[in-house]
Design a protein around this ligand. Structure first.
Ligand code: CP
Length: 315
C-alpha cells in the first residue's frame, strides 16, 4: 500500500480488516516493525481520537511520532500555484510538504472541507498536494471528503459483533447546529459497500450525499421505516451536498431516541464521535448497553496499527 486515502488505495480490504482484528488481540505484535522510522501527524483541524490513537498506534509499532498543529504552531501555507505570496501565507506547500517528507517516513494529514466551494473540496487539494510533494506515503487522518481510518474502524466494530446473518446497517443523518462535512458519511458508505452488510441510508429530503458515493445503495426519507429490522444504527450529521454546506436545522425530530431504537432489531448504536448529546442522540441511547461508541473509538488504535504496519512492510 503506497498511500491510505480511500478504499481504492487498499489492494485487499478484507485482509486489512483481519490485520486490524489481529492487533486487537495482540497490540504488541510487530512492535519492532517501525523501529528507526518516523511518523509525522499533521493537523490542519482539531482532533481528539485521530490524534491520540494514531500516535499510540505508531508508538506501539516502535515508531518515533512527531505532531504538528499547522494552524497553531506553524506558518500559514499557500496551496495556489504561481501566486505572489505577499499576504499572510508565509510558506508554499511545495517546500513545506517536501521538508516534512524529508523528516518523516510516513505522514498522516488531517484536513476538513471548507464547505464553501464543493468543487474545491471534492478536488482534495490538501491531500493531493502532500501526495505530490512529500515523497513519502500519506495516510489520511480525514480529508475534505473521506475519513478512511474511521471507516475501517467502523467496519472492524461491526465485524466484532459476530452477526451470524448479513446485518442490516442504517446510516442515518441526525441533526446538528453547525455545518459539518460529508466525509464520514461518504467514507462509511464507500467501505460498507465493500463489506458483507446490507446498507441503507436514511436522511431528510435535500440532505443527499454525493451520488458518486451513494451509487446503488437504497436511500429512505422516513427514519422510522428505515430503522425497522436494523442491526446497526450509525448516526452522523452532514451538511447539504446539493445546496453545498447548508445546515438543515429544521429536522430536530431526526435525533436518535430510545423510541426510534425500539423499531430496530435491538440494534447497536454507533457514532464516530465527538457527538452532541440530546441533539444528535438522546442520553438514553448513548448511555445504553446498545451503544458501541467507546469500543468503536478504542478500535481506532488497532486500525491505525494495521494501516501503518501495512505501509511499513513496503518501505
Ligand atoms: N472520529 C474522529 O475522527 O474524532 P476526532 O475528530 O476527535 O479525531
Amino acid at each position: 500500500m503506497q498511500h491510505f486515502t480511500s478504499l481504492s488505495d487498499v489492494a485487499n480490504p478484507s485482509a486489512l480488516l483481519a490485520e486490524a482484528a489481529l492487533f486487537v488481540q495482540h497490540p504488541h505484535q510487530k512492535s519492532h516493525l517501525g523501529k528507526g522510522k518516523s511518523l509525522g501527524l499533521i493537523f490542519f483541524n482539531a482532533s481528539l481520537r485521530t490524534r491520540m490513537s494514531t500516535q499510540r498506534a505508531g508508538q506501539l509499532l516502535g515508531m518515533d511520532v512527531t505532531i504538528l498543529n499547522v494552524s497553531q504552531d506553524s506558518w500559514q501555507l499557500e496551496f495556489e500555484d504561481g501566486t505572489v505570496m505577499d499576504g499572510a501565507k508565509a510558506e508554499h506547500i511545495k517546500e513545506a510538504a517536501a521538508v516534512m517528507g524529508s523528516y518523516c517516513d510516513i505522514l498522516g494529514i488531517r484536513t476538513f472541507a471548507g464547505l464553501k466551494n464543493r468543487i474545491a473540496d471534492y478536488a482534495e487539494h490538501v491531500m493531493t498536494a502532500f501526495q505530490q510533494y512529500a515523497g513519502v506515503p500519506i495516510v489520511s487522518l480525514e480529508s475534505a471528503t473521506r475519513h478512511p481510518l474511521q471507516s475501517l474502524t467502523d467496519w472492524l466494530t461491526i465485524h466484532q459483533q459476530g452477526f451470524t446473518h448479513r446485518p442490516k446497517v442504517v446510516l442515518t443523518w441526525a441533526p446538528h447546529p453547525k455545518a459539518l462535512p460529508q466525509a464520514v458519511g461518504n467514507s462509511f458508505v464507500e467501505w460498507m459497500q465493500a463489506a458483507e452488510v446490507d446498507l441503507t441510508i436514511a436522511h431528510p429530503y435535500g440532505m443527499d450525499l454525493s451520488p458518486d458515493f451513494v451509487k446503488n445503495t437504497p436511500v429512505m426519507y422516513n427514519q422510522d421505516i428505515a430503522f425497522e429490522g436494523a442491526d446497526v444504527i450509525y448516526a452522523k450529521n452532514w451538511s447539504s451536498f446539493k445546496d453545498y454546506g447548508h445546515v438543515n436545522d429544521k429536522e430536530r425530530d431526526w435525533q436518535i431516541t430510545a423510541e426510534k431504537m425500539a423499531h430496530t432489531n435491538n440494534a447497536k448504536f454507533m457514532h464516530c464521535l465527538p457527538v452532541r448529546r440530546n441533539m444528535v442522540v438522546a442520553d438514553q441511547v448513548l448511555d445504553s448497553p446498545q451503544s458501541l461508541v467507546i469500543s468503536q473509538a478504542a478500535n481506532r488504535i488497532p486500525t491505525a496499527q494495521a494501516v501503518l504496519a501495512t505501509i511499513l512492510e513496503t518501505l
